[in-house]
Design a protein around this ligand. Sequence first.
Ligand SMILES: [Zn+2]
Ligand SMILES: [Zn+2]
Length: 332
Amino acid sequence: MMSFCIKCGAKNKKLINNLCEECFWSEKSIDIPSEINLVLCSSCTSYLHGKKWIKKKDFNSALNESILTELKKKLSKNILLKNIEIIKDEKIPNKIIIIVEICLENLSKKFEILGNISYKKCDYCQAVDSGKYKTIVQIRNISNEYIDKIKSIIKEFQILNGRKEITEVKEVKEGINIKFMSVSKARLFARKISSITGAKIVETAKTIGFTKGEPNYVVTISVRLPLKNIGEIISLENNIYRILGVVKGKILVQNLETNKRILLDYDKIEKAEKIEFKKVRIESKKGRFVTLLDVDNKCFIDIPLEEIQKDLKEGDYGLLINFKGKEIVVKI
Ligand SMILES: [Zn+2]
Ligand SMILES: [Zn+2]
């Protein structure tokens, strides 16, 4: 029996519901867009989906997923997306040809769609550029023993999964302040430092204003390394102590004003502030001023007589400490 298309009359063709393939597709009048617009981040591997940026692990997965989500928006539900092929021309980075294979009633057909790619900065990358940050990690009481290790961990966290994570590293008098983009990565970082140094982690959140009624937070994660280095000078509850050593799991310290020795618990030591000091020698003690020799820097410093401990004599060695804005010399 001779079979022919009931619409166009074509003979010797494969028929679906008495229609040849061309007539079948034209009958279905499926609406395939001739082009679609895709928005990708110019700095990381995110694509824009509606109003939301979605981060993918690499550029190609971001491109593929953005094509899929755009196509799904435009194609009717009974159409099955069978395959997608992307043809790129490196010279024209904002245009791609997408070969889409769709399937309807077990019949598949390929279409060519033009993909227009526009590159914008995603919210995250914009926030990075504008220097906004959500989290500050403050590392304190850094000893020479750990400084290199800490710096290499900072380097490790600079860029994570193709995204800038650390936006600022600032060395301050008390330690290092690091601005992170996300709280979760900052926590991970803090835990890593703590696992190596035994640092205590304390997290605090503070509201710093509102955007559209939603509070903006700054999370501060304090990473305080234990002060247990012998010879270090610390201040605690208005007293100045020198760390002498560890005795039975406690820290032996000497009060530098009274010379009394006491044992302190680790918890207590963790609240202490490290104090910078200079090793000095009493050169001359005449009149109202005392001349000191800065032993390491080989220079002289004059300070008022009342700032040195009374029992210090010429030729004695001491420590020059800046404590609460006042200079004090204590005997060693
Ligand atoms: Zn036909
Ligand atoms: Zn981005």
